[in-house]
Structures are given as structure tokens and as C-alpha cells.
Design a protein around this ligand. Structure first.
Ligand code: SF4
Ligand code: SF4
Length: 286
């Protein structure tokens, strides 16, 4: 099945406009129903797929990004580097230049634009890329070092480690900030998980704007259907957005999920995830 990601790779982003909609629940159970898939947790600031799947770490690789290193002998204190840094990670003081490694996004602009060639790059440890196994699930995830702010750099690093010819199911960070955008970018399809509450609908609209701007085919999954609230189905119909699956409000789901169990192992819910998988694979193979 050829896709934009080459070979037989398929990237399925599972995202949501807000936290707490059940995105990780959907991603883990979809992965469990998709043979040979890899579950990728790109919520690098707070990865939790490994917790909900009781996964144990198999390998941990340090992840670095390049940050500037100023040669005081060459620097003329011209101030150009501080002007171009959008992240205020480099400051020119009266007698020297200071770099705040944790704030630097490693964009390379200051190095490129320093008129005196006074900036080199050095590696800065930003976190780790971890491979783990939880029951039947293979996991890959990033964990940002405490104090680091450049989550998108680590997300890009984890994406570079995605194996070829594999179905990857990506649990994206919630919201519509740059971390969510970076996680969804390049996917073959995105499943937006929502719930029928006013906030759920509001944030679904924001997330839909993101996937449309990124030109990624999108489906909606409604969790906790039956809650009294806005009619998500009506909204989806109005914007021509397919609903790929639903789960009811069911206390057992929360109980199983909180213990690291898979609800797709329950006969009444297995079909929800096999149908979701089949709809996604059909859509990406068009
Ligand atoms: S741009 Fe280069 S020369 Fe100018 S202040 Fe920065 S490091 Fe120094
Ligand atoms: S590499 Fe980019 S983010 Fe880092 S200090 Fe230079 S301009 Fe700022």
C-alpha cells in the first residue's frame, strides 16, 4: 500500500483539540487491533502511552539538537544573533554573548547570519528516544528533559526514527499548538477524537482547521457519546466530515483503561476498533 510516506508505510495521527477526550485510549486500542503496527507517543512533554500499556523500556537513546557556541575572540558584539533569534535564546551583553541552551530551538539562524563567523554549533541533550514493549504493543516515544522548551525538535527527532514499511499510530499532543502541528504533519490520515461537550466541539473545530491547513484527510471519533451536549454528528455532517467510530460513556472503559488494559479485548468493543482500522486503511489506500 503506497502512501506519501513511501513504501508500505502508513502514518495515522490520533489527535484532539483538547486534553482528556480519550485520544490515548483510542490510539492504544487501534494499535492493538492493527497487526505489526508501532504505537508512537509524540506527547514528548508528558508521554503516557507506556504507562497505560504497562510497557517496559527496551532501549533508550539520547537525543541532541545543535545549539550555538560563541567564540569570544571572534565575536565583535554586533548584536545580529540576538536580533534574528525568535526565541530570545541568545543575548548580547556589553562584554559577551550569552546562550540559553534550553530555550534554543536549534534553528541555526544565528550561526548562519553571524557576520564574523564567531558561532559554531555544539550538541545539546534535549531528551531521549525510547523503545518499549507493552504486552502485544511495540512502542516508540520521546521524553523531553526537564527544563527544555523545544518539544518540536524532539518530536522531529522521534519521527526520524520511524521504521519504514510499518503502520505507525501516532498519539499526538493535545491542542493545536506547534507540538500538535509538528506531530500531525506528514501523516497519511488524522483521526480527531472528541466528546460531545461544548468545549469538545469548540476544540474539534480548531483541530479541524489545523488538519485542513496541513491538507491531511481527517475523520472524527466521538468518545463518551450519549453525554448531554452539542450534536457532534450534526456538526460533522455540516462540514462533510466522516465519523469513523464512537464509544459510549461506560464506567468499565475507564476502569480497564486505568489498569493498563485494552478495551478492544472486550467482545462488545473489539468491533469498534477493527472497523476504525478498516475505515482508515480503506481511506489511505484510495
Ligand atoms: S552575530 Fe556573531 S559577532 Fe555578532 S554578537 Fe552575535 S556572535 Fe558576536
Ligand atoms: S539556533 Fe536559532 S533558536 Fe537557537 S539561539 Fe540561534 S537563532 Fe536562536
Amino acid at each position: 500500500m503506497a502512501t506519501d510516506n513511501g513504501g508500505d508505510s502508513i502514518r495515522i495521527a490520533v489527535a484532539s483539540g483538547k486534553g482528556g477526550t480519550g485520544k490515548t485510549l483510542i490510539a492504544t486500542n487501534l494499535a492493538a487491533m492493527t497487526d505489526g503496527s508501532l504505537l508512537v507517543d509524540l506527547d514528548v512533554e508528558e508521554p503516557n502511552c507506556h504507562i497505560f500499556t504497562n510497557a517496559t523500556s527496551e532501549s533508550e537513546e539520547p537525543a541532541h539538537r545543535p545549539v550555538p557556541k560563541v567564540d569570544d575572540d571572534l565575536c565583535t558584539l554586533c548584536g545580529r544573533c540576538a536580533e534574528v533569534c525568535e526565541f530570545h535564546a541568545i543575548v548580547v551583553l556589553p562584554k559577551r554573548v550569552m546562550v540559553f541552551d534550553e530555550l534554543c530551538h536549534g534553528c541555526g539562524a544565528c550561526t548562519m547570519l553571524c557576520p564574523d563567523g564567531a558561532i559554531e554549533e555544539k550538541d545539546h541533550l534535549m531528551g531521549a528516544v525510547i523503545r518499549a514493549k507493552g504486552g502485544i504493543l511495540n512502542l516508540l516515544y520521546g521524553r523531553l528533559k526537564v527544563g527544555e522548551v523545544s518539544a518540536p525538535s524532539l518530536i522531529r527527532r522521534v519521527k526520524k526514527a520511524l521504521p519504514p514499511d510499518t503502520v505507525t499510530i501516532i498519539d499526538c499532543p493535545p491542542g493545536t499548538a506547534c507540538t500538535a502541528v509538528e506531530s500531525i504533519r506528514g501523516s497519511d490520515i488524522c483521526v480527531l477524537v472528541t466528546e460531545p461537550t461544548p468545549f469538545g466541539l469548540h476544540d474539534l473545530k480548531l483541530a479541524l482547521n489545523v488538519t485542513r491547513k496541513l491538507n491531511i484527510p481527517t475523520m472524527v471519533f466521538v468518545n463518551k457519546e450519549g453525554l448531554p451536549g452539542p450534536d457532534i454528528r450534526k456538526f460533522c455532517e455540516s462540514v462533510d466530515m466522516p465519523i469513523a467510530g464512537t464509544l459510549p460513556l461506560d464506567r468499565r472503559i475507564a476502569e480497564i483503561y486505568s489498569k493498563g488494559g485494552l478495551i478492544s479485548s472486550l467482545p462488545e468493543y473489539a468491533g469498534v476498533f477493527s472497523e476504525l482500522r478498516d475505515r482508515i486503511l480503506k481511506e489511505v489506500s484510495r
